[in-house]
Design a protein around this ligand. Structure first.
Ligand SMILES: NC(=O)c1ccc[n+]([C@@H]2O[C@H](COP(=O)([O-])OP(=O)(O)OC[C@H]3O[C@@H](n4cnc5c(N)ncnc54)[C@H](OP(=O)(O)O)[C@@H]3O)[C@@H](O)[C@H]2O)c1
Length: 428
């Protein structure tokens, strides 16, 4: 019976899940993958840490022991971060090893370089777990949907923010209380910045857009806004408009180029993404042949992420037996320009506090009109006698026209505060 040896880089949340899943499936691995899979070395940072069920002889804090080991054919990178992960992956590919990674930060930045290396050395570089954890989306984009011209990818790709927004919607919590609950349950890190400011979702959008449109999109191409400004009042208005607020990753291929962004959006309740609640993730896309398709499941966590990583490992083991590693590498064969975000057209919900006196609405409408912003709907509520809350929903307008109008409104004496500016999802 053949055994394929594997080097594991990292034994944290995902690494531990990978270790457990390989053990759980060991009895059927020969039938599933065609060979046994043996983790023969594990890289960790802290050699002194107690690790239950792990033979200490497997552990090392020197990555060369894995890259220089000729018997290791697959390296699983679940250590995270840019360096030394990038160097180790490049050296592993150069040494003729296949690599499976879950590292979205690195792939959103340098995926192109790593895939070029994999092609150069004829090896697999697979990263199903890097976007939406356990949900299969990388392989569908690269393989199952390869016959399509994909024009749009929309995703709820951060479980922490989806959990927070769900709590705000269903339990009437304010943002900070929902964040605290997410932290208590382990859904949010002690430093939640990467999640709540949209950075984590932005990395996933960069990766998905690159694969969907066959053109490299990097993290810095993605326009990013988080959910920290969303209030229970906005959530209540969304309900009134038969919508919910979600942090959406949006990537579109238009005739002017690719637009990629992450921001909170009001989305109608009848859209398939609207009922995706709690810490679940989903990716919705449109292809010219497949029409609409949606992928749903667990976007993070020990075992869901291990599911994607071990699936990739099994794929590599199968390829090794047929001598066909490196069969599908980089699929970015186009160079499509990235659209200037200011030129992108969106529909907006604006909530503001204004002076409760005659002529104010007309003055505000005039500012919008001067900046080519057409108004679709106005709702006015009188909170206190001298101040009114005004909600305006616009037609689709260019981002820079909207920002110019908001700048002018902020300077007006009768406008006390622009409380919220939230985009409203519309099918193109
Ligand atoms: N957690 C998830 O649900 C999830 C989902 C999808 C993708 N990912 C991605 O998967 C990767 C791993 O995430 P994680 O949550 O498992 O991280 P984690 O719990 O922080 O584990 C990281 C592991 O890597 C080791 N490590 C880190 N830097 C090292 C270095 N310089 N040298 C040697 N060992 C080092 C750590 O060693 P010690 O144990 O000694 O500290 C630890 O075992 C990241 O790229 C992440 O973005 C995670």
């Amino acid at each position: 019976m053949k055994t394929v040896k594997v080097g594991l880089l990292g034994l944290g949340t995902v690494g531990t899940g990978v270790w457990k899943l390989l053990k759980m499936r060991a009895d059927v691995m020969e039938q599933t993958a065609g060979a046994q899979i043996e983790v023969s070395r594990i890289l960790v940072h802290n050699m002194a840490k107690k690790r239950e069920g792990i033979d200490p002889a497997l552990l090392t804090d020197d990555w060369h022991e894995i890259v220089d080991d000729d018997e290791i054919q697959i390296v699983i990178e679940v250590m995270g971060g840019i360096e030394p992960a990038r160097t180790i992956i490049r050296e592993a590919l150069k040494a003729g090893k296949n690599v499976v990674s879950a590292n979205k930060d690195l792939i959103a930045e340098d995926g192109g370089i790593l895939l070029d290396d994999a092609r150069k050395y004829g090896r697999d570089f697979l990263f199903e777990a890097a976007v939406a954890g356990g949900i299969p989306i990388i392989r569908p984009l690269k393989q199952c949907l390869a016959a399509n011209d994909i024009t749009a990818v929309l995703g709820i790709v951060n479980g922490t923010t989806n959990y927070i927004l769900t709590k705000m919607t269903e339990d009437g919590m304010e943002f900070k209380d929902a964040l605290k609950k997410a932290q208590e349950l382990g859904y949010a890190e002690a430093d939640p910045t990467a999640d709540i400011e949209g950075l984590d979702a932005g990395r996933k959008v960069a990766i998905m857009a690159s694969l969907a449109f066959h053109s490299r999109v990097v993290f810095s191409d993605v326009h990013i806004e988080g959910i920290t400004q969303i209030t229970s009042r906005d959530i209540a208005y969304a309900e009134e408009f038969d919508s919910v607020i979600k942090l959406l990753g949006v990537a579109r291929h238009t005739k002017e180029g690719i637009m990629a962004g992450v921001y909170p959006m009001m989305i109608a309740k009848d859209h398939p993404l609207a009922p995706v609640r709690d810490s679940f993730n989903a990716v919705f896309l449109h292809g010219d042949a497949v029409d609409d398709a949606m992928f749903y499941g667990r976007g993070a966590g020990e075992m869901p992420t291990a599911s994607a990583v071990v699936g990739d490992v099994i794929d590599v083991v199968r390829n090794l037996q047929y001598g066909c590693t490196g069969r599908i590498s980089c699929t970015c064969y186009k160079e499509i320009p990235i659209r200037n975000f200011g030129d992108v057209r969106n529909k907006f919900f604006i909530r503001m506090q204004v002076a409760n006196q005659s002529g104010v609405l007309a003055a505000i409408a005039r500012v919008f009109g001067e900046h080519k912003v057409s108004i679709e709907r106005v709702v006015q509520q009188h909170a206190v006698p001298e101040r009114a809350e005004l909600v305006i929903v616009t037609e689709k307008v260019k981002e820079y026209h909207m920002q110019d109008a908001l700048d002018e409104l902020r300077a007006m004496e009768c406008v006390h505060e622009i409380s919220s500016v939230i985009r409203v999802y519309m099918k193109d």
